[in-house]
Design a protein around this ligand. Structure first.
Ligand SMILES: Nc1ncnc2c1ncn2[C@@H]1O[C@H](COP(=O)(O)OP(=O)(O)OP(=O)(O)O)[C@@H](O)[C@H]1O
Length: 429
């Protein structure tokens, strides 16, 4: 009945004189329904697009919780305050050093050392690449007497970039965590300038000075016996390899393994320092060519001399040179080769001859570090096993002796090092 009535109404709208009578049945449905469908589809599409863009943005702000060990090609540390696996956001667009420090300091709260706990009396150790190093005393709650620490002070005037880099290095120590054979960060002062890193003091200091002092008629100093046996060389070497393995586990490498960058304690515990290059690998995925050119050539693996990408196997090459340094009590490597000719020397297939004080067992370990092809060199863990095996039959009685004393300036010349880059606590007298 309803349908018939509607048709009649439509027909009534036509007069008898009309030649053409258009029946307008369903005209609204034909226009409105598709329009609604298209409109709805467009709204849905816009919502999906908005959700997608929002998802992408939040992903970019929270770069995932994949293993902290991985090293992306490039990473902005101002975004990442890395306690092991822990990520905290810092504002990226700081305009002044003060506002940057205000934002960067709270995540480092646990490390902050009240400045009044540090003595005003500073003894300069040397100028480092990112600040001057001083020895000073620090009062702590745990110790009844103040203890000696090393302060790394960022040189002023401090720009935003220098401040970010310095804080980045502190965060890097946090990221690394503690290892017995890496120099330890004890704290920092970052709430205002000047910026300090507080490092553990490793006494007597660098291994190169220790080796040179072993040449002298010194028996003991600061509780350290200035005698070195073959077995002790393996003991020191193994500790360096443990530190390298620790870095390797984090997809890092050291980049400048050498006696001058190793600190030794009176109980013969050694610690790798100069972690600036590892920090660069952490933040940029590689060592910049500007820095490569500052590393003494005689310690570098061929691939690094050829400016190819560096890796932990380059550290293994340098470790072989370190063994040579120890067994010769700090002689410069390749004494007969000018530093700038070292690449041609190696390209001719030459390596250093066995020093007279070096056993065949130790020399064969050096040689396996000096394979031209990186893949033929052992990794730190494998090398550690070889050292352990050799150590079992190593001489623990014969003290290594070299009669000539070292003249640091001459050494620097032959080794291809700027004398000011040697932080030796050694004198010929
Ligand atoms: N904790 C320490 N105790 C004693 N001496 C140290 C200590 N830390 C560093 N040194 C001495 O200062 C030198 C510079 O060390 P440091 O690790 O600070 O390097 P750096 O020049 O600042 O470079 P990098 O940018 O690689 O950190 C070392 O070779 C070492 O002789």
């Amino acid at each position: 009945m309803g349908e018939k009535g509607r048709l009649n109404r439509v027909l009534l709208e036509c007069s008898l004189s009309d030649k053409l009578c258009v029946v307008q049945e369903h005209q609204y449905e034909v226009i409105i329904v598709p329009a609604l469908l298209v409109g709805g589809f467009l709204i849905l599409l816009a919502i999906i697009l908005w959700l997608f863009i929002r998802g992408q943005r939040s992903q970019r702000q929270h770069p995932g919780t994949r293993g902290t060990a991985s090293v992306p090609a490039s990473r902005d540390l101002s975004q990442e305050v890395a306690g092991q696996g822990e990520k905290v956001l810092l504002p990226l667009k700081e305009t002044s050093v003060e506002s940057f420090l205000r934002a960067a300091t709270p995540p480092l709260a646990k490390l902050q050392v009240p400045r009044e706990q540090l003595s005003d009396v500073l003894e300069k150790i040397r100028s480092g690449s990112c600040g001057t190093l001083y020895r000073t005393m620090m009062a702590t709650r745990d110790h009844p007497t103040p203890k000696s620490v090393v302060l790394k002070v960022l040189a002023e005037p401090v720009g935003l970039q220098e401040a970010q880099d310095f804080i980045g290095r502190i965060q890097f120590y946090q990221y690394l965590g503690k290892h017995r054979n890496l120099v330890q960060l004890e704290g920092c002062c970052t709430e205002r300038l000047p910026l300090y890193m507080v490092l553990e003091d490793v006494v007597p200091g660098d291994l190169l000075s220790f080796l040179w002092t072993c040449r002298k008629d010194v028996m003991t100093m600061d509780g350290l016996l200035y005698d070195l046996t073959e077995k002790q060389i393996y003991h020191i070497g193994k500790q360096v390899l443990l530190a390298l393995e620790f870095l390797q586990d984090k997809n890092l490498f050291h980049g400048d393994v050498a006696a001058r960058n190793i600190l030794i304690q009176s109980d013969l515990t050694v610690k790798l320092c100069r972690l600036g290059l590892a920090y660069e690998v952490h933040t940029q995925g590689a060592i910049s060519s500007a820095h490569t050119s500052t590393i003494p050539l005689k310690w570098l693996a061929p691939e690094r001399l050829l400016l190819k990408p560096a890796s932990i196997r380059g550290d293994v090459w340098s470790f072989g040179i370190l063994l040579y340094e120890m067994v010769t009590l700090g002689a410069p490597p390749y004494p007969e080769v000018p530093p700038t000719s070292i690449l041609q020397y190696l390209q001719r297939g030459k390596i250093m001859k066995r020093p007279s004080s070096c056993t065949h067992a130790m020399y064969s370990i050096m040689k396996c570090c000096w394979h031209w092809s990186e893949d033929s060199r052992p990794l730190p863990g494998e090398l550690c096993l070889r050292l352990e095996a050799a150590s079992r039959s190593a001489n623990d009685k014969a003290v290594l002796q070299v009669p000539e004393l070292v003249v640091p300036e001459l050494y620097a010349d032959v080794a291809g090092i700027h004398a000011e880059n040697l932080s030796y606590s050694y004198s010929v007298l």
